[in-house]
Design a protein around this ligand. Structure first.
Ligand SMILES: CC(=O)SCCNC(=O)CCNC(=O)[C@H](O)C(C)(C)COP(=O)(O)OP(=O)(O)OC[C@H]1O[C@@H](n2cnc3c(N)ncnc32)[C@H](O)[C@@H]1OP(=O)(O)O
Ligand SMILES: CC(=O)C(=O)O
Length: 521
């Protein structure tokens, strides 16, 4: 069974707070969606939003390869003719094969927000659709507030769709504009429309205000809708539109619908992250199917079962959507978690070995002290190296001191770190000033180490996070620092330190970061 996917990330998605695509952004997303195999791409509202007008103009030179491009707009306004409607004219000027127009289908909205006679709204719908059809367009009629209208005044809601059918609409797309409908209501209503309009294809435009966007899209398809409208990552007005990511994955993998070209589904995770990146959002780790956590297993019992049957705790094979399975090491771990993580990192370790048991004890007691290894895998790998005899020490601390001073005339405090270490048995001293105590300490350590380890120049600290943790000893407050680092190959790692003293916690994380970087180099 075929279902067509209609993407409105560039139109309804742009209506979300925090989203402001440039024309370039829109073009990049459109091309990516096109390459991915989306059937319809709604690019925006030409004539209303200047960026959208430019977007359609620029696409004329290099049309999409696979998707049908849709321009979005609304019916003519009350009291004007279709020929007089500037908005309809702009839609034609966009020169897209598809035009989608929204019209009111809830009688109360017609009376209270448009403040026009109910018959005039029907004429606006019929005449606008007919006008666009006369210009050779494939026309999608978006029935605004349809499901609420259907509950309130079914006769009028149906009359609106009938007006669109009389105008020659190719698609009737009832919209759950306020996003509050439930799946059973959507299913029943769509089934009624499929029966009532056998000659016209039925689409569905769900919003997510009741957190039922995906469920409503699936309910509509199961009831006979053959087009689903939504956005990548659920961008959209208020709480967003139906999220096409789980909609597509569920349609394809759970319900067996044909909604993408062969092989495209494996690109779903990359597509989702791409759209977030263009929108300047961090990908949501909890996103179903494509989030970093979607196939990440923390509990020891889960990790044990997965080591015996990889699919044991996953609803699908992660690679089907381009994602991957991960095992975390934490206080929730068991020896199977330790062994699997070790294997993943390239160390042969049996879960029943004394080393695995010992390491588990170390990890769980350190986590009890406030360490957290799930966000600091490099520190865990150093523990693993120590446990398996593959650790190498690069230097030994003799002493460090950090000085912070501020005189009345200073705008910012002066920070200086002095360090004495042993490198290959020789004492090395260094002093450095920094933007703060941690920076000064990091710089002093590097200064002392760089003559012996010039490869350190390629290792940079990229992020530093501090969190207060109250653990173990009653109410004693400790801080946990996580340091993120990178090398010139783009390899990234994170390390952790914990202490009641911020400088000491930072020192531990910095030392781990440098040791790990040198071991990998
Ligand atoms: C459900 C949806 O998400 S639909 C998409 C909504 N998207 C947007 O609104 C983004 C783009 N919008 C815009 O650029 C502007 O709002 C425009 C260009 C469409 C209209 O701007 P303006 O002419 O300044 O009107 P304004 O936005 O203040 O008011 C909307 C007008 O359209 C009328 N209108 C609203 N819906 C419809 C409709 N379905 N059919 C006909 N007229 C309508 C309103 O009655 C109002 O008319 P009035 O000015 O005579 O009172
Ligand atoms: C058309 C549209 O975006 C809606 O009614 O939600």
């Amino acid at each position: 069974m075929k279902v067509l996917i209609y993407d409105t990330t560039l139109r309804d998605g742009s209506q979300m707070e925090g989203v402001s695509f440039s024309v370039e952004d829109k073009l990049r997303i459109a091309r990516r969606l096109d390459a991915f195999g989306i059937d319809y791409i709604e690019g925006g509202w030409p004539g209303a939003v200047p960026k959208d007008t430019e977007f359609f103009a620029r696409l004329k030179a290099e049309p999409l390869q696979h998707a049908r491009l849709a321009a979005f707009g609304m019916t003519r306004k009350a009291g004007e003719t279709v020929e007089e409607s500037a908005l309809l004219r702009y839609l034609l000027e966009a020169e897209t094969p598809v035009v989608t127009i929204v019209g009111k289908t809830h009688s109360r909205h017609v009376s209270e927000t448009l403040r026009i006679p109910l018959d005039e709204n029907l004429a606006m719908i019929r005449e606008s659709v007919a006008y666009l059809k006369a210009h050779g367009k494939e026309v999608v009629f978006d029935g605004e507030h349809f499901f609420d209208g259907f509950k309130d005044d079914e006769t009028y809601a149906r009359a609106c769709l009938s007006a669109a059918v009389e105008g020659g609409a190719d698609w009737l797309c009832p919209c759950d504009t306020n996003g509050g409908a439930l799946p059973h209501e959507i299913g029943e209503t769509i089934a009624a429309l499929v029966a009532a309009y056998p000659q016209t294809r039925i689409a569905m435009h769900p919003h997510n205000d009741g957190d039922c966007g995906t469920a409503n899209a699936l309910a509509a398809v199961r009831a006979g809708a053959t087009q689903v409208q939504g956005t990548v990552n659920g961008f959209g007005e208020r709480t967003g539109n139906a999220n096409l990511v789980p909609v597509i994955a569920n349609l394809r993998l759970k319900l067996g619908y044909d909604c993408l070209p062969e092989g495209a589904l494996e690109e779903l995770t990359a597509l989702s992250h791409f759209v977030d990146e263009v929108a300047n959002f961090s990908p949501n780790p909890k996103a179903a199917f494509v989030g970093r956590n979607a196939f990440t297993h923390k509990a020891g019992l889960h990790a044990d079962a997965i080591s015996k049957w990889p699919r044991a705790y996953d609803h699908i094979e992660p690679s089907a959507v381009g994602n991957q399975r991960r095992i975390l090491v934490s206080e929730q771990a068991g020896s199977a978690s330790i062994a699997q993580k070790a294997n993943e990192l390239g160390y042969a370790l049996d879960k029943k070995s004394p080393v695995a048991k010992e390491l588990l004890l170390t990890v769980t007691s350190m986590e009890h002290e406030g360490y957290s290894f799930e966000a600091a895998e490099a520190s865990f790998e150093l523990l693993l190296k120590k446990a398996t005899g593959t650790y190498r020490r690069f230097f030994e601390l003799v002493t460090f001191r950090v000085f912070i001073g501020k005189r009345a005339c200073d705008t910012v405090p002066v920070t200086e770190a002095t360090i004495k270490i042993l490198v290959n048995g020789e004492e090395v001293n260094a002093v450095a000033e920094g933007d703060g105590p941690v920076n000064a300490l990091d710089l002093a350590l590097r200064k002392a180490l760089e003559p012996a380890y010039p490869q350190l120049k390629d290792i940079a600290l990229t992020d530093y996070k501090v969190r207060v943790v109250t653990t173990g000893e009653g109410t004693a407050a400790k801080v946990r620092t996580i340091v993120e680092s990178t090398d010139h190959h783009g390899h990234m790692w994170a390390t952790v330190g914990v202490s009641p003293n911020l400088i000491e916690a930072s020192w531990q994380a910095i030392v781990d970061s440098i040791e790990y970087g040198l071991l990998k180099a």
